[in-house]
Write a protein that binds this ligand. Structure first.
Ligand code: RP5
Length: 155
């Protein structure tokens, strides 16, 4: 099983690198693409619509501004779509957040925090870990190490 990462512009890349890094850390195969819902709609549809048959488990979609990318991705697939609202220049990401989190009924987008690329990857891993015991074990190890790091900061 693989995870797709799509972002609306190459300018989103610095934020989204954290998602790819997290998937890499967990040994999860992924494919990263730049497609825009408004600048390259046909190419976006062509890529998204064959993800299920290519063995993908989830798609992470990141965009800033009037960030309709995640909703459009969700329209073209029944795979779970995780939206990452990217911090925008004019409204600091509030526009991106609302346009993802306020999806109308029927086409869900699981939206994480503004610039929440790492959590998007962790959520995708958690979805895959429902049926992948090895991945579930790695998630448990990750949580344990994270907790130990917090507690060690008290020393
Ligand atoms: C969105 O517009 C992209 O996802 C990006 O966050 C934002 C700005 O894009 P650029 O003008 O930097 O290409 O489509």
């Amino acid at each position: 099983m693989k995870v797709g990462i799509v972002m609306g512009s190459a300018s989103d890349r610095p934020v989204m690198d954290a998602a790819a890094e997290t998937l890499r850390d967990f040994g999860v195969e992924h494919e990263v693409k730049i497609y825009s819902a408004h600048r390259t709609p046909a190419a976006l549809e062509a890529w998204v619509s064959q993800l299920r048959e290519r063995g993908f488990a989830a798609v992470i979609a990141a965009a800033g501004g009037a960030a309709h990318l995640a909703g459009v991705v969700a329209a073209f697939t029944t795979l779970p779509v995780i939206g990452v609202p990217v911090k925008s220049r004019s409204l600091e990401g509030l526009d991106s957040l609302l346009s993802m989190v306020q999806m109308p009924s029927g086409i869900p987008v699981a939206t994480v925090a503004i610039d929440g690329a790492k959590n998007a990857a962790l959520l995708a891993i958690e979805m895959m870990a429902i049926t992948d015991k090895d991945l579930a074990d790695r998630l448990a190890d990750f949580r344990k190490a994270q907790a130990e790091k917090v507690l060690a900061a008290n020393d």
